[in-house]
Design a protein around this ligand. Structure first.
Ligand code: ADP
Length: 401
């Protein structure tokens, strides 16, 4: 069975084509469409034999982008399938499932209508996610579409964990509560960690550290708490997001600068975090280079990022009453030797004994242990694979159809 995984952003579309037979799978092709509706669009496509092809031109919509992806997948020279009829299902990453979706679903018209009602909870991502589903339905109406929600894995949180301490009516009237994001990633790496520990009941703290960053506390495969909230703005300081701040800061900035609430929220989402503190970049590689060259604000940005992650690890150790493993994943968690060290060294008092040498040589495609052998709590680096989770979920939902 062939499954096309689609992850649509406002101006981008990432795709991956999986072939499943039984429980095993392989990736036939993958790629990215960038700059949709911006001009000078670019498709980077990995086709037959892994060769990378760049296709340029102007792509004005997700429907246009999808047509080009189909052409690339079926191309005589570098394509991997003969025609799009070979695709059994589309698996879509959908940002927000709100309280409607605690698991993946086939996107029937009824389910899509529920998704449309949740656009207000994810105004930056949901329109793109849903227009990609519409485009699939328009181009190949007979192929099923499955929605895999970023929030779904967190739906096991207790009310104690997900409620905000504000008047209760805001929850009943407007569904204002913590939902959490990066669910497919937390799910994947916590599952891999539990398999590695050979204990399905393990208590695991998963740190997804990338452009957006979040932490989850997972026990027996169920999320107990997570750092992102109603939107992805809550929690850790990130590349461009402030994470937790005193909400009174917003009114204070408004009074001082005459900015509107939406302007300030835009600043908290796009101009804060490590970018806002360093004034250099949201890319941790650039900020690390600047810090090493002596830039104090770059150093402060990185130190603040690490400190916030440590604080959340501490609070989740309390929420879980200890842990069996702490997992690093995401672009920073998987690749930044120095950031992992900043975050997790010097926690011996909590039973977390970091091994600086093992930290230097983590494996690319496997679970790596970076703790001392005697450490009570294991520290693991696990490459995430959100596309694989989406593909598996899609496969499970359509295989019996
Ligand atoms: P996204 O959330 O968009 O999927 P990623 O998980 O790919 O993002 O993470 C991107 C972040 O990872 C960037 O800030 C990038 O600088 C950082 N990163 C990638 N490789 C390294 C590295 N070797 N050292 C430090 N940071 C890295």
């Amino acid at each position: 069975m062939t499954i096309l995984v689609l992850n649509a952003g406002s101006s981008s579309l990432k795709y991956q084509l999986f072939k499943f037979s039984g429980d095993s799978y392989n990736v036939l092709s993958k790629g990215t469409v960038e700059r949709i509706a911006i001009g000078d669009s670019l498709i980077t496509h990995k086709g037959k034999g892994g060769a990378e092809i760049k296709i340029t031109g102007n792509i004005d919509s997700h429907t246009e982008a999808l047509k080009k992806v189909f052409e690339a997948l079926c191309d005589k020279e570098y394509g991997v399938i003969k025609n799009v009829g070979e695709i059994s299902a589309f698996g879509h990453r959908i940002l927000h499932g709100a309280e409607d979706f605690g698991s993946s679903v086939i996107l029937t018209e009824e389910n899509l209508e529920k998704c449309r009602k949740n656009i207000e909870l994810g105004p930056l991502h949901m329109p793109a996610n849903l227009s990609c589903v519409e485009a699939c339905k328009q181009l190949i109406s007979s192929t099923p579409n499955v929605g895999v929600f970023d929030t779904a894995f967190h739906s096991t949180m207790s009310k104690t964990a997900y409620m905000y301490a504000i008047p209760y009516e805001y929850y009943t009237d407007y569904k204002i509560r913590k939902y959490g994001f990066h669910g497919t990633s937390h799910r994947y790496v916590s599952g891999e960690a539990a398999a590695y520990l050979d204990n399905a009941e393990s208590k695991i703290i998963t740190c997804h550290l990338g452009n957006g960053s979040s932490i989850a506390a997972v026990k027996g495969g169920k999320v107990v708490d997570t750092s992102m909230g109603l939107t992805p703005l809550e929690g850790l300081a990130m590349g461009t997001r402030s994470g937790d701040i005193d909400p009174a800061v917003i009114e204070f900035i408004m009074q001082k600068t005459d900015k509107s609430i939406s302007e300030i929220l835009n600043i908290l989402n796009k101009k804060s975090g490590v970018l806002g503190i360093s004034g250099i970049s949201s890319d941790f590689r650039d900020v690390t280079t600047a810090a090493e060259a002596g830039n104090e604000r770059a150093e402060l940005g990185l130190a603040m990022f690490a400190y916030r992650v440590r604080k959340y690890i501490g609070s989740y150790l309390a929420a879980l009453n200890g842990a069996d493993a702490i997992v690093f994943t995401g672009g920073i968690g998987e690749n930044s030797v120095k950031m992992r060290e900043r975050i997790i060294s010097g926690l011996d008092g909590l039973g977390i004994e970091f091994d600086a040498e093992k930290n230097q040589s983590v494996k690319r495609n496997a679970v790596s242990e970076i703790n001392k052998t005697a450490s009570r709590i294991k520290i693991l680096v696990i490459p995430t694979d959100e596309e694989l989770v989406i593909a598996r979920e899609t496969y499970e939902l359509v295989k019996t159809k």
